[in-house]
Design a protein around this ligand. Structure first.
Ligand code: AGP
Length: 594
């Protein structure tokens, strides 16, 4: 969702724009920058893409520092007025903000009574006005910021300019914010990826901290005084903007095999396995897995793996439901929270509730410096490397792989069976990306279709859910998922000659049942695309429209091999339709608001 950058150094506008472009993948609908040059703060804003913003910028002499923002509208429509930066009435304070100020209406009301007026519908503007309000009685800028932070409630990462100061102030609570300093140049960002090509190490701003930076200074403070921090090494993995692929999505799909290699390397090391094996987990009687979207689908699959390997109750939940369901958890519960970004608002809220109720929490994250990774009792990295495309691909495969390893390690801990990496190594050795020409043929067909179904039983149902989500979000096709056994209980009525039904049939114990369901749909005119890992008698499949066969692994990691073709098919369907698969309409990479 929203993105923040700040920069101290020459060529400020160009650097800010370049960095905002690096944040585009998070999703936004307007953008803006504020640059101190020629003794004043110059603000430029535009609705829509960053190229619209670029057109508004006039050349500035002696630009020294500035802040920038990509906004994903929450409070107020996506237009130029609501775009950040926001400015106080006296023009002295200029701010960009990520997060949500929960008490902004109260503050607005209070300040209006005191004679202040507002020009936008945003929660952010109230912070700019509050800074102005507090500066009427206090001189020191850090104190003004501190008082402002004490007044606001909610989540915020703030980068702040003041007309009288030659640097950037910042503050943070619950929304990520990072700072890197290289010589006299400083960069502030809500995403470490901005430091790519700028610095090798950075500092993480923690909740409750405020600070100030310019060419010579970088200071962090909390309520106890100045904070001394150790820098953190940047790990950009295989992130590279100048890649040879047309889109991040296909690049990231083709990074899956390498991600599995990283996972094997990481979890083969005893010290990393011990982070789980040596934890005190006595008395755990049930496991709850929580996530959103793709992460939830990984959790669905994970719940099956855990129940099978551990023999204890394990249920997967959508985080937005879990948080309001008064979940039945206590100190006998292990809550596993899955999140690629580690910043998803509903998943973070689910974590908070789990902690309040005394559960042990384990975060399965890709972004290892994220809020979720930092706050959970146990943090388990999925080692997928930076994922930029909104449609999650290699992260899903890595989540499944690490869930499998985690289940094995918990089995060793609870039951005593020594875990070994053999199944995961087999996955790596057998892994291939399949017959790309076949996938492109299907994408050619799907591009003209606006309705389809994906069905399966057991683990295949989880794959169907995720495959369907990929088709929906990248290609805007109404793809629905059902348990294959539910066919006759309703949705058979929707099937006609124009309907494509993808039948996932890689679960041996229900294979014949699933094939029967495929025949039932076929008999009503559906075009059946059978997806299997078995060598089936030709007579069983000759009536089907298309058959995709993948390798048979013989364990739950089959799910990793099963999803990759659907990620590729979704990608090519999207490209055929002329869409940008990296940035689906209306969606953001990290859903940091409820
Ligand atoms: C996946 O393709 C989606 N973009 C989306 O469902 C995503 O998985 C979900 O928003 C959860 O994100 P997280 O893993 O960063 O928490």
């Amino acid at each position: 969702m929203c993105g923040i950058v700040g920069y101290v150094g020459k060529d400020t506008e160009r650097v800010l724009i370049e960095k905002l472009k690096q944040l585009e993948y998070r999703g936004y609908d307007s953008a803006g920058i504020a640059v101190k040059a020629e003794q004043k703060i110059n603000v430029f804003k535009a609705k829509g893409e960053i190229k619209n913003l670029e057109k508004t910028i006039v050349p500035l002499k002696d630009a020294q520092f500035g802040i920038g923002h990509t906004r994903w509208a929450t409070h107020g429509k996506p237009d130029e007025i609501n775009a950040h930066p926001h400015v106080s009435s006296d023009d002295k304070w200029v701010i960009v903000h990520n997060g949500i100020i929960e008490n902004y209406l109260e503050i607005k009301d209070e300040l209006t009574k005191k004679g202040m007026s507002f020009y936008s519908e945003t929660d952010t503007e109230t912070v700019a006005k509050l800074l102005e309000f507090h500066s009427r009685k206090v001189e020191d800028k850090m104190e003004i910021i501190s008082e402002t932070c004490d007044t606001i409630k909610g989540s915020y990462a703030l980068a702040i300019l003041n007309k009288e100061t030659n640097g950037i102030y910042f503050a943070k609570n619950k929304s990520p914010l990072f700072i890197a300093k290289k010589g006299e140049n400083v960069m502030i960002a809500s995403d470490v990826i901005c430091f790519y090509g700028f610095a090798d190490e950075y500092y993480s701003v923690e909740d409750g901290e405020i600070g100030y930076t310019d060419a010579n200074t970088l200071v962090f403070k909390n309520k106890f005084g100045e904070v001394v921090k150790n820098p953190i090494k940047c790990d950009f993995g295989n992130y590279n903007n100048a890649n040879t692929y047309k889109h991040f999505m296909i690049k990231e799909i083709y990074e899956t095999k390498n991600a599995i290699k990283n996972i094997i390397e990481y979890y083969s090391q005893e010290e990393n396995r011990n982070k789980i094996l040596l934890r005190k987990l006595d008395g755990i009687k049930r496991i709850k897995i929580v996530g959103c979207g793709t992460a939830y689908h990984a959790g669905l699959m994970g719940s099956k793996i855990f129940e099978e390997k551990l023999g204890i109750e394990c249920t997967a939940y959508v985080a937005s439901e879990f948080r309001y369901q008064d979940p039945k958890i206590g100190d006998d519960t292990l809550v596993i929270l899955i999140s690629q970004s580690g910043e998803t608002a509903d998943t973070l809220a689910a974590h908070e509730i789990s902690k309040q109720k005394g559960a042990v929490t384990l975060a399965l994250v890709n972004v290892e410096y994220s809020a979720l990774a930092k706050s959970a009792d146990i943090s388990v990295p999925i080692k997928a490397g930076v994922e930029v495309a909104v449609a999650s691909t290699k992260a899903y495969s890595s989540q499944l792989t690490v869930l499998y390893i985690l289940a094995g390690l918990l089995r060793e801990k609870f039951i005593g069976d020594k875990f070994n990496m053999a199944d995961v190594e087999k996955l790596y050795n057998e892994f291939d990306y399949g017959n790309i020409n076949n996938f492109k043929l299907l994408a050619d067909v799907f591009q003209y279709n606006d309705k389809m179904f994906m069905i399966g039983r057991g683990a295949d149902y989880c794959t169907a859910q995720e495959a369907s989500l990929k088709i929906k979000e990248t290609s805007y096709i109404n793809s629905d998922t059902y348990y294959a056994g539910e066919l006759k209980h309703g949705f058979l009525a929707l099937i006609d000659e124009k309907t494509y039904v993808v039948v996932f049939a890689t679960e041996k114990n229900v294979l014949s049942k699933t094939l029967c369901n495929a025949e039932e749909a076929k008999a009503r005119g559906a075009k059946i695309i059978l997806f299997t890992c078995f060598d089936l008698e030709p007579s069983l499949t000759e009536n089907f429209y298309f058959v995709i066969k993948v390798k048979e692994l013989g364990n739950a990691l089959q799910a990793v091999l099963n999803i990759v073709p659907w990620q590729i098919i979704a990608y090519y369907t999207s490209v055929n339709k002329g869409y940008n698969p990296d940035k689906p309409r209306n969606l953001a990479k990290s859903v940091t608001v409820e």
